[in-house]
Design a protein around this ligand. Structure first.
Ligand SMILES: NC(=O)c1ccc[n+]([C@@H]2O[C@H](COP(=O)([O-])OP(=O)(O)OC[C@H]3O[C@@H](n4cnc5c(N)ncnc54)[C@H](OP(=O)(O)O)[C@@H]3O)[C@@H](O)[C@H]2O)c1
Length: 252
């Protein structure tokens, strides 16, 4: 039985992962900006935490210290969803909201928990990136560059903190079968996406077996899919005539 902190407990992936870990008898505490959901216990859920607010980050730090006195794994499942569009249609405020919600929130969380982990003799931090960083797909520049910053932060802090037995890795996710993905991607590919349960199993088994030597990595997850392996990006997305969700909406 291990200790976990799920940051972004109301995200689709965070909820699924938290419920999976609780059902496997791990000690899980939950953190969200939005109101606590009815399935969670009030004692173990801290809500109202905006991770770009330094006072809220201090509250988060105190909450974790009051709950755990031995090493824990922190999972950052935070960041605004991206709908594909070219940079010419991306506003400055959308770009700022991507970098704030993906990168700045992770920076704030890491800064808050590193002193706790140091005092406990170590700990693990997991962040979610996306395979778009590897492939540099079009129409995703603001999102993908924010995820590239997430990966870089994880690697830098891993190098800096490994002397304290603190392990940081990122999972580069493919499309996961969340409601937002289902609503915005062509239906013929829905069966190709990894499910939330597959992802939760994968994260639990990877985290539980992470050696301290497995530090500062981007772990790529993928599921075999005929369309992924036998079609190029543009063939897979042929419905997106103008390479954007705006294009899809006009087609429908
Ligand atoms: N779904 C996919 O296929 C996929 C693919 C690749 C990577 N990922 C990554 O996996 C993670 C989770 O994805 P998801 O689809 O489950 O996300 P989601 O359901 O869209 O939820 C995003 C979460 O981010 C939280 N958030 C945003 N800004 C915040 C802030 N300033 N302070 C605190 N919380 C903030 C929101 O919190 P509140 O609801 O509490 O306001 C929300 O719960 C994200 O990093 C995403 O980029 C997902």
């Amino acid at each position: 039985m291990s200790n976990y902190v799920i940051i972004g407990a109301n995200s689709e992936i965070g909820t699924s992962l938290a419920q999976h870990l609780i059902s496997h008898k791990h000690n899980v505490i939950l953190v969200s900006r939005s109101k606590k959901s009815s399935w969670g216990s009030s004692n173990d859920w801290l809500d109202g935490i905006d991770l770009t607010n330094e006072l809220n980050l201090l509250t988060l730090k105190n909450f974790i210290q009051s709950k755990f006195n031995s090493p824990f794994t922190l999972i950052h499942s935070v960041g605004n969803f991206w709908e594909h569009k070219p940079i010419t249609s991306t506003s400055f405020s959308e770009a700022a909201s991507q970098i704030n919600s993906h990168y700045i929130t992770l920076f704030g969380v890491i800064k808050a928990v590193i002193p706790i982990m140091q005092s406990m003799g170590g700990g693990k931090i997991i962040a979610f990136s996306c395979n778009s960083v590897k492939y540099n797909y079009p129409d995703m520049a603001a999102f993908t560059s924010s995820k590239a910053a997430v990966e870089c932060l994880i690697k830098c802090v891993a190098n800096e903190q490994s002397k304290y037995n603190i392990i940081l890795n990122a999972f580069a996710l493919p499309s996961i079968k969340t409601n937002s993905v289902i609503e915005t991607k062509p239906s013929e590919y829905h069966n190709d996406y990894a499910t939330l349960e597959e992802l939760s199993n994968c994260i639990e088994s990877t985290v539980e077996h992470l050696s301290p030597l497995t530090n500062g990595n981007v772990i790529n997850l993928f599921k075999y899919s005929d369309s992924f392996y036998h079609k190029g990006y543009y063939e897979r997305n042929i419905i997106w005539e103008e390479n954007s969700n705006e294009g899809i909406k006009r087609l429908l």
